[in-house]
Design a protein around this ligand. Structure first.
Ligand code: ATP
Length: 237
């Protein structure tokens, strides 16, 4: 298995506050890797640092053999990294189709029609609503749109920031079922989640972050049954 992305001893500061402390982790091609941790642990900071905001103060982020920690967000996005950001940020005034087309910006429109049809197969709900304004869709539908938009750039690595945030349990279940399908198609996924239960069930491997540090790592199954993980993130035994 080849390493697609690797964090090597990454430190990030917000002014005097250290948000990431010597973080090392890796994602191999074809894997689903999750990063779990509670509020404020540093999960979003880690994802955002991939796009250079915030900048890492020391350490490296190696992606396809190259240190991207000092590159621009544009450079990173045009090299096959796509993010579905926290808070399902879609373009509210645009239709579903228009939002999906925005996703093609890093690669151009060449495959747009074909890829949009693919998205409609994975997310039938989006097909029904292709002409609807994103702002009028439910939270779950907007989350699906945010993921589909990220996929429209044909990423090599799909980054997801808390896709379950603020959604009802039944909708969370649907989102994770779709992610399973996306993963089965061969997509490499790095998933940041507070919903440890769903995330660890989906993931091949996981990392646990506490106060900006990686405290534990293992397969999804190992972490699911780990007593410390269960106590802290899965509501006890
Ligand atoms: P959540 O799940 O609540 O989003 P998180 O694990 O993603 O949490 P981060 O948002 O990465 O955590 O925050 C990590 C730490 O960095 C927190 O203590 C937070 O207050 C701090 N932080 C985040 N963004 C900034 C910022 N722009 N300026 C200063 N401190 C920040």
């Amino acid at each position: 298995m080849s390493t697609l992305m690797q964090f090597k001893d990454v430190d990030v500061y917000y002014g005097p506050i250290q948000a990431l402390k010597k973080v090392s982790l890796d994602v191999n091609t074809g894997e689903i890797v999750t990063l779990i941790g509670s509020n404020g642990a540093g999960k979003s900071t880690l994802l955002m640092s991939i796009f250079g905001q915030p900048r890492v103060s020391s350490g490296e982020i190696i992606y396809r053999g190259e240190d991207i920690s000092k590159k621009s967000a544009h450079y990173v996005a045009s090299n096959g990294l796509a993010q579905s950001p926290e808070g399902r940020r879609v373009f509210p005034g645009m239709s579903v189709e228009e939002n999906l087309l925005m996703g093609t910006i890093p690669i151009g429109m060449k495959h747009a029609e074909e890829d949009m049809q693919k998205m409609f197969e994975i997310f039938p709900r989006l097909k029904e609503r292709r002409n609807q304004r994103a702002s009028t869709m439910s939270g779950g539908e907007q989350q699906m749109l945010a993921i589909a938009r990220a996929l429209m750039s044909r990423p090599k690595l799909l980054l997801l920031d808390e896709p379950s945030l603020g959604l009802a349990p039944i909708v969370v279940k649907q989102i994770f079922e779709v992610l399973k399908e996306v993963a089965a198609s061969g997509m490499t996924i790095f998933l940041v989640e507070q919903n440890a239960n769903h995330a660890l069930k989906l993931a091949d491997r996981g990392y646990v972050m506490v106060n900006g540090e990686i405290r534990m790592t293992g397969t999804g199954d190992e972490l699911l049954v780990n007593p410390d993980v269960r106590d802290a993130y899965l509501g006890g035994h």
